[in-house]
Write a protein that binds this ligand. Structure first.
Ligand SMILES: NC(=O)c1ccc[n+]([C@@H]2O[C@H](COP(=O)([O-])OP(=O)(O)OC[C@H]3O[C@@H](n4cnc5c(N)ncnc54)[C@H](O)[C@@H]3O)[C@@H](O)[C@H]2O)c1
Length: 254
């Protein structure tokens, strides 16, 4: 398989960092970006220390200026965009600060449109592009206290379908990978928040809320998500576009 240049948003932590690590090991060049510049730099430095190829840039997906600055600064043309940056806030709607609600949608939906809009002209010019969105089981089903997150992640599927149609005339695809829970800082924080909201111990949140609805009952690994991303950017997936790849251990077939 050809090696590619991938830009990953939110690559300073969790899933973004995990996908960057795994795909760098396969020989791809990684442009690690994050709101947190130091975090992105430490992921890129670790990749280089293992003999991989990576660079880091501070990038706020909520800012036109930030996106323009990164596009002007990257060392190579972007062939693959992984829209991964995200955050969670758990509260019933009546208690949900509207500024926070807006931020979640700005980062996980408007930010995805902003990055995609910014990279598409170059992809069209070069005749190749792959866009992989990190959606969620919450792109497909709902959970209490996550109205902003579920709205943004559901919206991502609609966005992806429209862009699949708009880019069908070129060798460009866009797909959304939807995992259940992955053990990252985003989930660790949520365990405590959900325990408080539901009035139950943290161990019960993991067992009853996170893992019980999933017949396979395990957390999803970074390697699985990196492997699916590698498949989606490879030649076998050139006609897979606008699709939702659900990684839910059987959650939604019940
Ligand atoms: N962890 C899970 O169980 C899980 C499950 C399904 C989907 N997801 C999705 O995976 C993605 C990554 O989540 P994670 O669990 O690795 O979280 P994480 O908190 O470990 O990492 C998220 C990263 O996004 C960055 N970020 C936040 N706002 C940003 C912005 N405005 N611009 C650029 N970067 C920004 C953060 O700095 C952080 O480094 C998110 O889109 C999340 O919704 C996570």
């Amino acid at each position: 398989m050809s090696t590619r240049t991938l830009l990953i948003t939110g690559a300073g932590s969790g899933i973004g960092a995990g996908i960057a690590d795994c795909l760098a090991a396969e020989g791809h060049h990684l442009i690690c970006t994050d709101l947190d510049r130091e975090a992105a730099e430490s992921v890129a430095a670790a990749i280089r220390a293992r003999g991989g190829s990576a660079e880091a840039h501070a990038l706020d997906v909520g800012s036109d200026e930030s996106v323009a600055a990164v596009l002007a600064a990257v060392s190579r043309p972007i062939e693959v965009l992984v829209n991964n940056a995200g955050l969670q806030h758990v509260a019933r709607l009546e208690d949900f600060p509207m500024a926070k609600w807006n931020l979640l949608v700005q980062v996980m939906l408007v930010g995805v449109a902003r990055l995609t809009q910014a990279v598409l002209p170059g992809m069209r010019e070069r005749g190749f592009g792959r866009i992989v969105n990190i959606g969620s089981i919450h792109s497909l089903v709902a959970s209490k206290y996550k109205s902003a997150y579920v709205s943004a992640k559901h919206g991502l599927l609609g966005f992806s379908k429209v862009i699949a149609l708009e880019t069908a005339d070129a060798d460009i695809t866009i797909n959304t990978v939807c995992p259940t829970y992955v053990k990252t800082p985003l989930v660790e924080k949520q365990i405590a928040d959900q325990a408080a909201q539901h009035g139950i111990p943290e161990t019960e949140v993991v067992r009853e809320i996170m893992l019980k609805p999933m017949p396979k009952g395990v957390f999803i690994s970074f390697e699985e998500l990196a492997g699916i991303t590698a498949f989606l950017i490879g030649p076998a997936a050139r006609n897979i576009t606008g699709q939702t790849i659900t990684v839910d251990g059987g959650w939604t077939v019940q």
